[in-house]
Design a binder for this molecule. Structure first.
Ligand SMILES: *Cc1c(COP(=O)(O)O)cnc(C)c1O
Length: 348
């Protein structure tokens, strides 16, 4: 079965498992796991931040960051299709008691103007009746926007504007390193636009568990308390941090292969009659396409495709395919053939 459902489908390689098996470990809760500490130093340095904190996954990084930046009844401004409002079970509402104000955009990348409009809807100082806008979140790359990349100048503009308005800034950088590789922009430069940022090791980087949140020393000290409260503190977490370190050493530059495979997939799919590819030149590793012209609904299409040996997923009105380290160019060819067959069979 070829798994294009998500880049979370990656399984640890033999070499990564070797690194995991031989990891030095200690008590992570007490800050005494040497492998975790090494990872935190690496990531803080990569992102140009003072301090960092290890988590089991990215979702809790978002919860803890939002909790640390806000107080209950504050407003978080976030793009309308962001993972934070569409795919985290409403958790920030429960754990932080915040309101989410959606920002309009086409593919996840919004303008200063769109942000200003959202802000105007929310806030009229001195905030007696309106709630208080406290935090702006950006997503790099933007998942449901099709793996779209914030260019550095676009990101700088919105974060600068946001800061002038007194808001803190947070980056959901689940796929920040895809943006780094695609745009040839150092991670530090993107991360320098925001107060807090995290990266995920379980997406294209191919580790089994792990995400790292970074920020100022003060921010991380407070985040550490919330991590504990949320049940996120661990013990011999070096076991998994070793996989993350391995990924930093071996799986970053190769993300370009995933991007090339996504572009190849998008181009081949756009040649199939009845398939509408959202972006024939995807910026990173995510391809969205529409099958409604085939006269098939999404669920039926996915079932037929799976019978042909390929798994994909549905997001909104579209089918989503995500390339990653366990999918080769030959696998993409196989997937395209399987989709062609489904498309042909749907015509009669
Ligand atoms: C996957 C993802 C998350 C959540 O990360 P997990 O490690 O799966 O919890 C958050 N934001 C974005 C944009 C993601 O793609």
């Amino acid at each position: 079965m070829i798994l294009l459902t998500s880049d979370t489908e990656t399984k640890p390689t033999q070499a990564m498992r070797q690194a995991i098996a031989t990891a030095e470990v200690g008590d992570e809760q007490k800050g005494e796991d040497p492998t975790v500490n090494q990872l935190l130093e690496r990531v803080a340095d990569l992102l140009g931040k003072e301090a960092a904190l290890f988590f089991a996954c990215g979702t809790i990084c978002n919860f803890v960051a939002i909790k640390t930046h806000t107080r209950p009844a504050d407003v978080v401004l976030v793009e309308q299709m962001a993972h934070i409002i569409r795919a985290e079970s409403g958790g920030a509402a429960m754990t932080s008691g915040v309101l989410m104000e959606p920002i309009a955009s086409d593919r996840g990348i919004f303008t200063v103007n769109a942000l200003a409009q959202s802000l105007e809807r929310v806030a009229t100082a001195p905030y007696l009746y309106s709630s208080i806008p406290r935090l702006l979140c950006v997503e790099q790359t933007h998942n449901f926007g099709g793996g779209s990349v914030w260019q550095l100048n676009e990101l700088r503009q919105v974060c600068e504007f946001s800061r002038q308005k007194g808001l803190a800034t947070h980056m959901d950088g689940a796929r920040l390193l895809n943006a780094v590789v695609a745009s040839q922009t150092p991670a530090k430069d993107f991360a320098g636009c925001v107060d807090s940022v995290w990266i995920d090791f379980t997406k294209g980087l191919g580790a089994p568990i792990g995400a790292v949140l970074a920020g100022t020393r003060e921010f991380i000290a407070e985040a550490r308390r919330y991590k504990h409260i949320f049940g996120g503190a661990m013990r011999q977490a070096g076991i998994v941090a070793a996989g993350c370190l391995y990924a930093l050493d071996h799986h970053v530059e190769r993300l370009q292969e995933d991007h090339d495979n996504a572009t190849y997939l998008a181009q081949r799919l756009s040649e199939i009659e009845g398939i509408t590819v959202q972006d024939p030149k995807p910026e990173t590793n995510i391809v969205f396409f529409d099958v409604s012209r085939l006269g098939l609904d999404k669920a039926m299409f996915l079932t037929l495709l799976q019978q042909g040996g390929v798994k994909m997923g549905a997001v909104g009105h579209s089918i989503r395919a995500v390339t990653h380290l366990d999918v080769s160019r030959a696998d993409i060819d196989f997937a395209v053939d399987a989709i062609s067959k489904v498309a042909k069979s749907s015509w009669h």
